[in-house]
Design a protein around this ligand. Sequence first.
Ligand code: G3P
Ligand code: MG
Length: 258
Amino acid sequence: MIAAPVIGHRGAASLAPENTLAGIRKAAATGVTWVELDATLLGDHTAVLSHDDSLERCSNRHGQLSSLSSLDLGSIDVGSWFHLDWQQETLPRLADALLQCQSLGLGLNLEIKPFQWPAQTIAEVLHETISVYWQDKSRLIISCFDLEVLAAYRALDKHIQLGLLFDDIPPLWQLQAQNLNAVSIHCNWQLLMEKEARQIKQAGYDLYCFTCNSPADAARLYSWGVDGVFTDTPQDFLNPAADTTSEYLISLTSPDPL
Ligand code: G3P
Ligand code: MG
């Protein structure tokens, strides 16, 4: 397995504002060893963390990210919508998020959100930022719902670990994975069937599911061979009473004593 059984989704989205530097720190504090974050571009091609193409849901401002430049970053509060404790959080540059993850020893699944950007443009800009700010490629998976973006990224980097992101797994998933020389399949856990999970594992790919906030549901997925789940609630998975994460996960997947 490349990533981990428990991956903090958008940082730790139930504990801190999503896709923020504070959220990354909060995720690390729960004990997760990997996080998932969403990346896109401002209008001036500055790479930032954001799940959305607009500021409406997760900030104190209105408008499209494409209308902003790096000069706006320091004035956009992306924390107080979640709780006033985080009102100092500003829209983070991807570069700072990459540094933050590495300083905490976290592996990263970076999901590209292309929105209106041409595949080539967003792949080139993100590749440039990642090349400068990320060191260990074995601790990074780039994923995207858009295969064209992944193909553009692959053309720029033969060795980057790519993950195909699906809601529902399409019939041609294996051909698509082979064409991109991908390492992993990421899918919606609620649409995944056991047979598909076993086929993906049999074919040698890592398999990660979003967004699973119930340890009991995750236990069923692990029993099908799923390697890891993206969760907003990593604190519910990483039980301090168990000595290790794997001990806790084994306890989840073990049958109840008679
Ligand atoms: O990368 C897994 C998951 O984050 C994909 O869905 O909408 O939460 O970015 P979304
Ligand atoms: Mg995501």
